[in-house]
Ligand binder design. Structure first.
Ligand SMILES: NC(=O)C1=CN([C@@H]2O[C@H](COP(=O)(O)OP(=O)(O)OC[C@H]3O[C@@H](n4cnc5c(N)ncnc54)[C@H](OP(=O)(O)O)[C@@H]3O)[C@@H](O)[C@H]2O)C=CC1
Ligand SMILES: O=C1OC[C@@H](O)[C@H](O)[C@H]1O
Length: 365
């Protein structure tokens, strides 16, 4: 048997999501992880960098990462050091939104592949620059939009775009929501409320609701940019905190995407209306269950998954598979998808008055 393709990960920003992501790809025993189970690929965490102190990186290694041996993980007290670590193949950047552009630019400049947390950048201009840089340097670059690799998302694509049988016609409309309460006094949620960190719910969770619309109404970015009308209630800090956007495509299809940080939605987050039926999904960012009905309300498909962990390992495995094939972009979540989203987010932020400083919007590095 040939040896696995090993991906040596470095992490920048040892916070909440980095903890979930890394433990997921190191530890999940989900039988759906075929390429890990058959040892085609293997993930290793080899370095962690904190911008504030080496102790924070060390604490992440000692207390947050759960695996039998953590010995080979290097800890750094600055981001600069991880760029020069020759063992690191790819850097997972899990820092607040306003740092994404600069840190990703630096990582690519130092010859590292990058998986960059969502939202990819503060604006479309920054997204274009990073995409160009990765191409020039022949490096892998992807926005960490993990939902696209979740089996729920993948199976619905199979039903609606091809390989699985279920004739519910063509897609006409997508209604999607992601809403959860972000307590104003929770220090862990500061990044949502602060414009100086690139806050606002459209950038944080609205992106998930919007990606269902873009992913199903315009899978390959072939449509013209939709007409967009959006409204929001903004927090006292100026960022949007409850937001609704309508997207009207030239081909007659429509999306309504909403998000809120002040109400919780326990209902079904996603509805995809087709000419002969509909698809319903339980949750927009972390789906576990979906249903397909025909127009007579007959249930054609119902599937519920039990994941071993957060289901972020599907994204990590996809990245590893791309790297093993020498790809510089994901075929499923291309940089064109991230670019289209960044344009749409620019428009919505402008319409709802979520205005960031010139420094955040700048392309200086
Ligand atoms: N894919 C997903 O499901 C999720 C994605 N995210 C995305 O991940 C990113 C990080 O979110 P999350 O993990 O919740 O955030 P946290 O605040 O928990 O962690 C962010 C980390 O970034 C580092 N950092 C660097 N510069 C700063 C700064 N100026 N202020 C604060 N922290 C800084 C900190 O580590 P140190 O200073 O030690 O380097 C910190 O631990 C965001 O872009 C968010 O949109 C968030 C949650 C879920
Ligand atoms: O990406 C995310 O998904 C889950 C939310 O809790 C979080 O705020 C957001 O960043």
């Amino acid at each position: 048997m040939s040896s696995p393709f090993v991906v040596n990960w470095g992490v920048m920003g040892p916070g909440r999501i980095a903890t979930l992501f890394v433990n997921d790809f190191l530890n999940s025993k989900d039988p759906l992880r075929k390429s890990v189970l058959d040892k085609t690929i293997e993930h290793r965490l080899v370095a962690v960098a904190s911008s504030s102190s080496v102790d924070r990186a060390q604490k992440f290694k000692d207390e947050s990462i759960h695996q039998s041996s953590n010995e080979e993980i290097k800890c750094y007290g600055s981001y600069d050091e991880i760029y020069d670590d020759p063992k690191v193949d790819i850097i997972y950047i899990a820092t607040p939104n306003m740092t994404h552009f600069k840190l990703c630019y630096q990582a690519l400049t130092h010859g590292k592949h990058v998986l960059l947390e969502k939202p990819f950048t503060i604006n479309h201009r920054q997204c274009e620059i990073l995409t160009r840089l990765a191409k020039e340097k022949h490096l892998f670059l992807m926005e960490a939009y993990w939902t696209k690799f979740n089996p729920v998302y993948r199976e619905i694509c199979d039903y609606l775009f091809g390989s699985k049988e279920c004739d519910i016609g063509t897609i006409e409309r997508v209604i999607s929501d992601l809403s959860m309460v972000f307590p104003r006094n929770d220090p862990g949620m500061e990044r949502i409320y602060k414009p100086e960190l690139g806050g606002g719910v459209i950038m944080d969770i609205g992106i998930y609701a919007l990606y269902w619309a873009l992913g199903f109404l315009d899978k390959d970015n072939k449509q013209a940019i939709p007409q967009i009308t959006s409204f929001a209630h903004n927090a006292d800090t100026g960022v949007d905190i409850s937001t609704a956007a309508i997207l009207k495509y030239g081909n007659g299809t429509l999306a309504v995407s909403t998000c809120s940080g002040i109400v919780k939605n326990e209902g079904h987050d996603v509805l995809i209306n087709c000419t002969k039926g509909r698809v319903i999904v339980d949750q927009a960012s972390h789906p576990t269950e979906y249903w397909i009905y025909d127009n007579e309300n007959k249930q054609l498909v119902h599937k519920k998954f039990e994941f071993d962990g957060e289901a972020m390992y599907f994204e990590a495995d996809h990245v590893a598979e791309c790297l093993s094939k020498g790809l510089t972009e994901s075929p499923l979540h291309t940089m064109a998808h991230a670019a289209r989203m960044s344009k749409i987010l620019d428009t919505i932020r402008k319409q709802v008055g979520n205005v960031y400083s010139e420094t955040l919007e700048s392309v200086g590095v």
